[in-house]
Design a protein around this ligand. Structure first.
Ligand code: ARG
Length: 551
């Protein structure tokens, strides 16, 4: 742990020992200290003194070689650190590429994200899940936790009956190979149009589905093909976004197990049989009753998900299972976790629930064929990035891709998951403000300084000014920021941090010459720039954003 975080921990422990356990705060201004402890309010009651007096008494206990002085204001103890010593320790660590990285801890987490539906276009909700999950996977792995990314495909359901019928009647094989999802969507929409005129089609679809379930060779092959085409199509998008998975599974894997599980739950008395219909259902208390097995033996989304959860626990032995899925499925996950607990699952279970993304293009409806294709959204972002670069005379294809994708990923990751996102393309792609391109630009700028600096060796400084100090303190907080993201499964915390860091860098750089300074200031400041570059480019990488060559 670096010296800055060491002192922080020391203060937190001291407060805890004094029965004034409070989190250490970061004051907004240098004159209020580097760390602040609001201990006075709690201690006032215990010591029967005013908060000011209680804080003053506490402050006498503080003794640490890296603390220069303490001040008491109201119930707060403000702590001022020895800048030069801390700066030296923090920068020495942060100039190394691996700063913030942890060795393997032997722990595992399983993260379920993207989890798209076969033969349907990915929608923007899937995009948000894909990006949040992909970023979380990288963050955990960087911190030594083996994150297993699972894409749990929606590969089951009556729509496959319709698709098989539609395929046999109307498919264009060439189109299917070229643009599988568009063609599958076309025939799916056509099915619904035709079915309005000819109700027989619905019956045909039901029969086809039944045959598929019974294992009809030809139909199973078709279903497999739809599944593979969907994966192939999705992989193109994942590659572009920089998202990886460790396992592609699907609901179809768990039909048998889900059926057995429903029977087990019945025997255990957790589920009951509906006397009227014969279905197996569970009473979830204030979440109401829900079916887990239909009377004809058909499994449901919930029972399959439960079987999948148990399977993940068994195969990976994770300390935590995370599901990155839209907020419309909150009740589903409450029920799922409720059932898992009843079955004795003692792992941490987390639903990272997120809101909607509204695109200027409007709402979607798969059945009516009113669809926004994700690849079109991505291509638009890339095209807009390219336009901006042309204006600047820096256009090249590779960097336009990095900027377009980076802008999109950042626009999604910076928002608290609970909040809805409304895209405004001009804002997402702006090179200024709280945007991906602004952060990329900051990294490019720092890299240019380092290139010009040539060979240098890190040198400590005797004094550290406010601009330097602010940036160094933020750099010191990088490891803690990552731990916070993992504890809460909220990557937007890292996005906020990266933006803060970049802004603080610009204030530093605007007011403090780096390459033009005399030694040892010059080398010290180059060290700050290098540490900043490492932390920012690492943060961006963890947020699925690449740093361009030129922009
Ligand atoms: N396929 C589902 C959908 O598109 C999401 C699945 C999420 N994962 C899970 N284990 N339930 O809505």
């Amino acid at each position: 742990m670096n010296a800055f975080l060491d002192v922080k921990r020391y203060l937190e422990e001291l407060a805890r020992e004094s029965n004034a356990g409070v989190p250490v705060q970061y004051p907004p201004e240098e004159k209020m200290g580097d760390l602040a402890l609001p201990v006075g309010f709690k201690l006032a009651k215990i010591l029967k003194k005013s908060p000011q007096e209680a804080a003053a008494e506490f402050s006498k206990k503080i003794e640490h070689p890296l603390i220069e002085r303490v001040g008491v204001v109201g119930g707060y103890v403000n702590v001022f650190l020895r800048r030069a010593e801390i700066a030296k320790d923090v920068l020495k660590r942060a100039v190394s590429e691996d700063y913030g990285k942890e060795k393997p801890t032997g722990e595992r987490v399983v993260i379920d994200y993207s989890s798209i539906n076969v033969a349907k276009p990915m929608h923007v909700g899937h995009l948000r899940s894909t990006i949040i999950g992909g970023s979380l996977r990288r963050i955990y792995r960087f911190r030594g936790v083996e994150a297993i990314g699972i894409n749990y495909l929606g590969d089951i359901g009556t729509q496959f009956g319709k698709l098989i019928v539609a395929y046999k009647k109307w498919v264009d094989e060439d189109a299917l190979e070229r643009e599988p999802i568009k063609e599958l969507l076309r025939i799916y929409v056509k099915f619904h149009e035709e079915a309005e005129k000819n109700p027989d089609l619905e019956r045909e679809a039901r029969e086809a589905y039944k045959r598929l379930e019974e294992g009809d060779e030809e139909y199973v092959q078709l279903w497999k093909r739809f599944r593979e085409l969907t994966i192939k199509y999705a992989e193109k998008i994942y590659r572009l976004l920089g998202v990886e998975f460790d396992e592609i599974s699907g609901e179809s894997f768990y039909v048998e197990k889900a059926r057995e599980l429903a029977e087990t739950l019945l025997k255990m008395g957790i589920a009951e049989r509906d006397p009227e219909t014969g279905a197996i259902l569970v009473d979830f208390g204030n979440l109401g009753k829900d079916i887990i097995l239909k009377s004809d033996g058909t499994t449901l989304y919930l029972s399959r998900d439960l079987a999948a959860l148990l399977d993940r626990v068994e195969r990976y032995n994770p300390k935590k299972l995370v599901y990155v899925v839209g907020s419309e499925q909150s009740d589903h996950f409450r029920k799922l976790f409720w059932l898992a607990r009843k079955l004795g699952v003692d792992r941490e279970l987390v639903h990272v629930s997120f809101g909607l993304i509204n695109l200027p293009e409007g709402k979607m409806s798969t059945r009516k064929g009113r669809v926004i294709f994700l690849e079109d959204v991505l291509n638009k972002a890339i095209a807009l990035a390219g336009e901006e670069m042309r204006k600047r005379g820096t256009y090249n294809e590779e960097d336009a891709r990095k900027i377009g994708v980076g802008a999109l990923n950042y626009a999604i990751l910076k928002v608290e998951p609970e909040k809805n996102i409304t895209f405004q393309w001009s804002r997402v792609l702006s090179f200024e403000g709280d945007t991906g391109p602004y952060l990329q630009y900051s990294a490019v700028r720092a890299r240019k300084i380092l290139e010009k600096a040539g060979d240098w060796e890190f040198k400590a400084a005797d004094t550290v000014n406010d601009d330097e100090w602010r940036l160094i303190k933020l750099i010191a907080r990088f490891p803690e920021t990552l731990s916070d993201v993992m504890a809460k499964d909220r990557p937007h915390i890292l996005a906020r941090y990266a933006y803060d860091l970049a802004r603080t860098f610009h204030s530093f750089y605007d007011r403090n010459p780096v390459l033009q300074s005399d030694e040892p200031t010059r080398s010290f400041r180059i060290g700050i720039v290098k540490a900043f570059y490492n932390v920012l480019s690492r943060s961006l990488n963890l947020l699925l954003i690449d740093v361009p060559e030129r922009m």
